[in-house]
Each structure stands twice: as structure tokens, then as C-alpha cells.
Design a protein around this ligand. Structure first.
Ligand SMILES: C[S@@+](CC[C@H](N)C(=O)[O-])C[C@H]1O[C@@H](n2cnc3c(N)ncnc32)[C@H](O)[C@@H]1O
Length: 281
């Protein structure tokens, strides 16, 4: 991505950009999140029969494990295409859950409604995070809990650096993510910032767990390409206007890097640090 493209792309992807990647997100990203989501839900104390609200839920990376564990789930996201995919899964699995289109900055939900309200890789990246967190607290019952799962230090986000290295091997002038102005995706990378924002939103007994990592298992360049491009519109913006040839070459370079890094010995596991914050209303 050139400087000019970055300025015009801005920091925050519009809803249409999330709609455009909903199918890839559902196929290549959300299924790999279920172990992490289950760990977060357990830390938040979710029990069968609890009411659970998922905010910026995507296609259900957090909501589906919650519903499968016996919670009554409302999944909300501003992207109609993400919610369509979630609702289709709910019907096919016969779960006690519903998806509704909603912007997390203004939830169309009465005060004090849910036992637990969560957001995984969602409220982490929105522009007015303070407002979104206050909304999560507002709709949670007194004594209920709010759960936030967010990326930690971007310097340790292995898949991102792997991908950028491959892309720059093919297109040397391509810029990586900006160092001077961190992406919104990493606004909770510092666990102290997450703690302070949860307290500022009105929560008490706030705990931030820093000992969990996201794990992505890749055995081919295509798999890492699909995971990266399907996970966030920012990846497509970073690549800019590459030709099909350049894109295919990046996949080939990723293949080589994966083979080299795993010494041809099975799949490669790339990890990223996480901050899991929980507070009580
Ligand atoms: C990286 S995905 C995470 C999805 C899901 N929580 C998961 O863990 O798989 C980010 C999600 O945030 C949603 N999102 C972004 N801005 C939003 C907003 N203002 N209101 C509601 N959802 C939003 C996007 O549509 C997308 O589904």
C-alpha cells in the first residue's frame, strides 16, 4: 500500500467492505476461532441457560460456541451478510440463537438485558470504542459480565509479518502496516489500556488475561492467503492494485516460506498474543 492509498483508505473499513468478505470470513477464519472463543467464554463464567449478547459478532466466531454450550444467544453485527451467514448456521444446527443487524455504537437493546455481553476481535477495532464499550455495559444486567477478546502486541503477530514479508518479496515497494499510526485493530494491544477502558466504561473487578495466543495452522500459501484476505478488509487495502500474476506469486512465496519454516515437516503454526479482558457491571 502506498502512502496515498493509505490516506484515502482511512483507518476504518466501511460496512460494505465487511459484507464483501463475509463468505471468506465464514469459511476461512471463524471456524479456527472456536477453541479461543470457548476459553474466553469459560473465563467469563458463561453457563448453560445464560443469556449471551455478542457484539460485532461476524458470522459467529464467539456466538456459535456460546450457543453450542447451551446459552441463549443474540448475535449482532452491522454487516447484513455476516448476520445472514450466522442465521443460516443457527437454523442448520437447530441452536437457540438469533442474529440481528446492529451498529455496536448504538445497540437497539434495552438496558440490563444480558447475563454476559462479549466481543471477540470486534469492538477491538471500532472507531468510537469508548461509546461501544459503554453500550455493552448498558445492556448487561447488574452483576453480569463483559468480555473483550483483542489482539496484543502487533510486533508479535506472526501471520501478519509472514504475509507482509511474502508480499514485499514480490512487490518490494509495498508498505506494511503503518508504524507511526497504529491500526485501529491494535488499539487494545496494551493490556493496561484495555483495563482502563473497561473501568472507564463502568465495570469493576476488571481482570485482563495476557497468557492466551491465537493459533493459525497453515500448510499451504493459499490457506494463509485466504485467512489473511478473508479476516479483515485492511489486508486487501494493504495489497492495493496488484495484478493476478503478482497475487499468484505471493501465494507461491508463502508456500516456500511455509515449507522452509516447517522444514517440510507438517503444517506451520503461527501465533499472535491476545488480551482477554473481563469486568463486572
Ligand atoms: C474481525 S471480525 C470479528 C467477527 C467475530 N466477532 C469473530 O470473532 O469471528 C470484525 C467484525 O466487526 C464488525 N463490525 C465492524 N464495525 C462494526 C460496527 N460499527 N458495528 C457492528 N459491527 C461492526 C464487522 O462487520 C465484522 O463482522
Amino acid at each position: 500500500m502506498t502512502k496515498r492509498q493509505r490516506d484515502s483508505a482511512g483507518q476504518s473499513a466501511p460496512v460494505e467492505a465487511w459484507d464483501a468478505i463475509a463468505a471468506q470470513y465464514d469459511e476461512h477464519v471463524a471456524p479456527g476461532e472456536s477453541e479461543l472463543a470457548t476459553a474466553g467464554l469459560r473465563l467469563a463464567g458463561l453457563k448453560p441457560g445464560d443469556s449471551f449478547l455478542d457484539v460485532a459478532a461476524g458470522t459467529g466466531g464467539l456466538s456459535l460456541p456460546a450457543a453450542r454450550s447451551g446459552a441463549k444467544v443474540l448475535a449482532t453485527d452491522w454487516s447484513p451478510k455476516m448476520i445472514d451467514r450466522f442465521n443460516a448456521r443457527v437454523i442448520s444446527e437447530g441452536l437457540d440463537a438469533e442474529g440481528r443487524v446492529m451498529d455496536c455504537h448504538a445497540l437497539d437493546i434495552p438496558d440490563d438485558s444480558f447475563d454476559i455481553t462479549g466481543s471477540q476481535f470486534g469492538v477491538m477495532l471500532v472507531p468510537d470504542q469508548a461509546k461501544a464499550l459503554r453500550e455493552m455495559v448498558r445492556v448487561t444486567k447488574p452483576g453480569g459480565r463483559v468480555l473483550i477478546i483483542a489482539y496484543g502486541d502487533p510486533a508479535e503477530f506472526e501471520a501478519l509479518h509472514f504475509f507482509v514479508r511474502a508480499a514485499q518479496a514480490v512487490v518490494p515497494e509495498l508498505e506494511g502496516p503503518p508504524d507511526d499510526e497504529p491500526l485501529l485493530e491494535f488499539q487494545l494491544a496494551d493490556p493496561d489500556v484495555l483495563r482502563q477502558r473497561l473501568i472507564a466504561a463502568g465495570l469493576s473487578d476488571v481482570v485482563v488475561h495476557t497468557n492466551h495466543r491465537e493459533r493459525i495452522t497453515v500448510s499451504t500459501g493459499r490457506r494463509l492467503w485466504d485467512w489473511t484476505l478473508g479476516g479483515n478488509p485492511i489486508a486487501g487495502q494493504l495489497l492495493g492494485d496488484l495484478t493476478d500474476r503478482q497475487r499468484a506469486d505471493i501465494v507461491d512465496v508463502l508456500d516456500e516460506m511455509i515449507r522452509d519454516s516447517s522444514a517440510g515437516d507438517g503444517p506451520l503454526v503461527l501465533t499472535a498474543p491476545l488480551n482477554i479482558g473481563i469486568g463486572t457491571k
